[in-house]
Design a protein around this ligand. Structure first.
Ligand SMILES: [Zn+2]
Length: 127
């Protein structure tokens, strides 16, 4: 990969990380609900809201991990390599999905496998 591309990706990831960290603090401040004057319905709503926030946070956390991973790879020079076969990931794929860690053929292979697992599970369930 060209150095100019790496610099570009690094910039994307740093911006993405800042965005995520900002979202985290918004979510956190939102989670601090006032415990006073709450009836049961409010409490139930607050619980639902809290669990949605937790889910959101978990998802953001996963994204943040991927972003940190990608940044680490840029630093150690392994960014853009497929984790499965070690080939270079197509630059167009990285532009569409900068945190991609597998080349398109390995990813397709993986998706095929997980699809057949789901199918197999259903088959098992029916019988
Ligand atoms: Zn691969």
């Amino acid at each position: 990969m060209r150095k100019s591309d790496l610099v570009k990706f690094k910039k994307i990831f740093i911006e993405q990380r800042e965005q995520l960290l900002m979202n985290f603090s918004v979510l956190d401040s939102h989670l601090m609900v006032n415990p006073e004057d709450k009836d049961e319905v409010d409490q139930a709503n607050a619980d639902i809201e809290q669990s949605i926030h937790m889910q959101l946070k978990n998802r953001e956390n996963m994204t943040l991990q991927k972003v940190n991973d990608a940044l680490r790879k840029i630093e150690d020079g392994s960014y853009g390599e497929c984790e499965s076969c070690g080939e270079h990931i197509e630059i167009r794929r990285l532009q569409a999905r900068p945190t991609a860690n597998m080349c398109i053929s390995c990813k397709e292979e993986e998706e095929k496998q997980s699809a057949s697992m789901v199918l197999g599970g259903r088959f098992h369930f029916v019988h």
